[in-house]
Design a protein around this ligand. Structure first.
Ligand SMILES: CC(C)(COP(=O)(O)OP(=O)(O)OC[C@H]1O[C@@H](n2cnc3c(N)ncnc32)[C@H](O)[C@@H]1OP(=O)(O)O)[C@@H](O)C(=O)NCCC(=O)NCCS
Length: 248
């Protein structure tokens, strides 16, 4: 049987850099909930709210907000994107959270707390899920509970309120299908291959990434000949506890 994973205290962001989490303009205090990452991953000056995770070689750029969202591998989240934000009631007396005591902003505020009612407001179900190889453009909003499929692209400034199919490019408010990245047969091959599951480094020099058909054939042949290993990067979780942070 496996024992409990070891937990050790971390004191500054350089501890995380040494584990492969590249943090730009960030502080430990900004991880107020458990945050898991596969190493390496990168986060610029973004806001992380609630329990979130990010996969191998994915990046979140400055000004993005990621709330209760799980992000897969090789994803690019552009500046100003807002993923998985909470909702407010649309059919109560007010849209304000004073009615159900929501959020941390006013949690110690007497004026707020004395107005709080008896009913809780149920948030839509999360988490928001971003699969692998997804590119999310600048200023995009993705609603809580939405799943964005493998290989999808979300055009700049889109508001995504429904699940996005694998390899779809969607845009607009609300987001609609613009086109698919590849034809149906290529998408089927890509989804059968799930290339992000493999360590491609041994064959990388031979792959022409700009020719998707040839790249798929090469990776598939290597896989079928047992030349590829599964990609198993180190995975860590930052766990806040009181005023301290631990890693396990
Ligand atoms: C969507 C995108 C990837 C281009 O995809 P594309 O299929 O090559 O797009 P095209 O330029 O050929 O346009 C195709 C259609 O999509 C529409 N479209 C393109 N970008 C759009 C956007 N942001 N919102 C809404 N519609 C958009 C075009 O108007 C066009 O519509 P039409 O066919 O009715 O004329 C690109 O426009 C985009 O949004 N990139 C994100 C850039 C970004 O945020 N970078 C941040 C740094 S990581």
């Amino acid at each position: 049987m496996f024992g409990k994973p070891k937990k050790r205290k971390i004191t500054d962001i350089n501890d995380l850099k040494s584990l492969g989490l590249r943090l730009f303009h960030r502080h430990l205090a900004s991880f107020a909930h458990p945050f898991s990452f596969e190493s390496p991953a990168a986060i610029s000056n973004a806001v992380i709210q609630g329990k979130c995770s990010i996969g191998y070689l994915s990046s979140i750029r400055q000004g993005a907000t990621i709330a209760q969202t799980d992000i897969g591998r090789f994803c690019s989240i552009a500046p100003g994107a807002y993923l998985g934000g909470g909702e407010h009631p649309t059919d109560w007396l007010s849209t304000s959270s004073f009615q159900y005591g929501g959020g941390a902003i006013f949690s110690d505020c007497e004026e707020f707390n004395q107005l709080t009612g008896k009913k809780n407001f149920a948030q839509p179900k999360g988490p928001t899920r971003i699969e692998n190889d997804v590119w999310i453009g600048q200023g995009v909003t993705i609603s809580r509970g939405v799943t964005v499929g493998n290989g999808a692209i979300i055009a700049a400034k889109a508001a995504v309120i429904k699940d996005v199919a694998p390899y779809a490019i969607v845009g607009g408010v609300p987001a609609k299908l613009i086109r698919y990245r590849f034809d149906e047969s290529v998408i089927a091959e890509l989804l059968e291959l799930n290339w992000w599951q493999y360590d491609l480094s041994p064959i990388a020099p031979k792959i022409d990434y700009s020719n998707v058909q040839r790249a798929v054939e090469l990776i598939r042949t290597a896989r079928d000949n047992n030349k590829l290993q599964l990609l198993t990067p180190p995975r860590y979780t930052i766990v806040p506890s009181g005023n301290a942070h631990f890693i396990k």
